[in-house]
Ligand binder design. Structure first.
Ligand code: FAD
Length: 243
């Protein structure tokens, strides 16, 4: 396979979408439309203290023919790459390589989907959901998003609006360190996957596919639950790990 393309991008917009997550919008300097499939990631070449280093980030925006794309970066304590990107000034130019990755949901998939993400692991799932809706996909698109605290629920308003406007979209949140006043689901995503999968399967639209994204510990636990305890076929379980 040929190596993915390399091109320069400029930071055009940035905002904090939670206390520890910065959304960054980049534009290709050459103005060429950035083509990718929902769920793919891109590498950025960063001038880090130990020398040039690459870090990969899932594309949070859907493919829409623009020259730009959005990323969402969690600030990791003592992490040189994420700290650099949190401090990056508007107008800065970086080298980008991509797109890459096979964690994708084809536009014509038409199968019920349960998306399971924690933290910035929600970003490729957001891209897949928006892409499916733009393509007029009527199949059930259910998202289970796990975070620690209420303020860590990324894109909550936007996702809830999607659910209000599209009967096939459902969005569920679970908090692992909820305050007493939180009325929603609590605990890790693993606690809720079995029940949601059964509910989705019972709708009779065909066997659901599960798309899981986040850190290794969660992805491994959800995969084990689906594959070993529930006996779900591996072709129906798709995952991406960040570490
Ligand atoms: C395919 C792929 C897609 C990725 N997409 C994203 C993304 O969309 N957003 C994002 O923030 N990161 C993403 N990452 C992680 C990212 O590439 C870096 O690893 C991360 O920014 C940490 O880099 P660092 O230099 O700050 O810290 P490092 O010193 O390189 O890493 C320190 C530790 O941070 C932990 N870590 C890595 N990513 C995260 C995270 N997101 N949240 C909490 N802890 C983390 C890991 O345990 C790692 O060992 C992705 C990684 C891969 C492989």
């Amino acid at each position: 396979m040929p190596p993915p393309p390399t091109f320069d991008v400029r930071l055009t917009r940035a905002r904090l979408i939670s206390p520890s997550v910065r959304e960054l919008a980049f534009e290709r300097i050459d103005g060429t439309p950035f083509e990718f499939q929902a769920g793919q990631w891109i590498s950025l070449v960063l001038p880090l203290p130990e020398g040039e280093g690459r870090r990969s980030y899932s594309i949070a925006s859907p493919p829409d023919g623009r020259a730009g794309f959005d990323l969402a970066v969690t600030k990791v304590d003592g992490g040189p790459g994420s700290t650099y990107l949190h401090d990056l000034e508007l107008g800065s130019v970086l080298r980008a390589i991509g797109p890459a990755g096979f964690f994708t949901r084809p536009r014509d998939a038409a199968h019920p989907s349960l998306f399971v993400g924690t933290g910035t692991g929600v970003t490729p799932l957001r891209s897949m959901m928006l892409d499916a809706l733009h393509a007029g996909d009527q199949s059930p698109l259910w998202l289970l998003f796990g975070a620690r605290h209420e303020h860590d629920q990324l894109y909550r308003e936007e996702l809830e609006e999607l659910a209000r406007n599209h009967p096939n979209v459902r969005v569920e949140y679970t908090l692992s360190r909820a305050k007493d006043e939180w009325k929603g689901r609590t605990g890790y995503v693993q606690t809720h996957v079995h029940h949601l999968w059964n509910e989705l399967a019972a709708k009779g639209n065909g066997p659901p596919h599960v798309y899981i994204c986040g850190l290794e510990r969660m992805v491994g636990a959800v995969r084990d639950l689906l594959r070993k305890q529930m006996g779900i076929d591996r072709k129906q379980v798709h995952s991406e790990r960040y570490d």
